[in-house]
Design a protein around this ligand. Sequence first.
Ligand code: COI
Length: 331
Amino acid sequence: MKIIAYGMRDDEMPYLKQWSKDNGIEVKAIPDLLDDSTVDQAKGYDGAVVYQQKPYTASVLDKLASFGIKSLSLRNVGVDNIDADAIKRNGIKVTNVPAYSPNAIAELTATQLMRLLRKTNTFDRKIAHGDLRWAPDIADELDQMTVGVIATGRIGRKAINIYRGFGAKIVAYDIYHNPELEKEGIYVDTLDELYAQADVISLHSPATKENEHMLDDDAFSKMKDGVFILNPARGALIDTDALIRALDSGKVAGAALDVYENEVGIFNTDFGSFDAIPDERLKNLIKRENVLVTPHIAFYTKTAAKNMTQFALTSNVNLITKGTDESEVKF
Ligand code: COI
């Protein structure tokens, strides 16, 4: 059996080599992403393991299928960049890694919330200019606040545990209710109820056609004044222009964004200087003391890199040998 792994980073390679040795399976690893210019390299392989944020297009998926590759294993969780029609048309089976490290995402989200509440960004900037005064930058305490968690999958639940460790009250919204959380009575029936109660909104939902720009002008208008917004999930969940308006008006007191709706081709790129970042709205956000932008790094831990690589390879073998895997994604 032969597997090709696209878009392999140096930090993933030791985990791939270990898996290959442990399982006695040959894996060809290449740094290139899977697109029209690289798809031919998959000829002769039985399955492909991939990670990228740019789209898996119909033409690439058609070609993979024409080479007889019907087993595609993503090293990440999100499947919003896959052409679902092409997957179905070609009978390609897809797996993802739904739980490479929910903790990784939850930990960064909570870290950024604490940084926002304690205004560390403001103090860092003041100190850099020799200003060591306290006022007027007095903080809020999470212990006294209500966190509204949108989506209570694995990541949302990890985040809830961390927020609870700080003493926060939790309200949650999800179409699917987790039985344990249901017993605790933390679910509200509508997003509007969550908006009305939450001092902090923590987004943990996948991106779908239905929830694009879930946080728009209308949603912000229903939130408490001075709400904090945390988005480690998907950029498309927030209408960036509406967020900027809400920051300008003070409706939103601070935001931590690990994702951004136009991040593809921008995040994980070195532009050499701040001015060279080719996105004015993103620069507008980064410049603000009360906005913490990170370039989609919440997942980027050693535990996650190991699990993403090794779980995806194992799922790919299952697809190739058994035609299915517990992480198969239904389109
Ligand atoms: C995902 O797993 O879908 C993520 O968003 C993390 C990705 C950048 C590797």
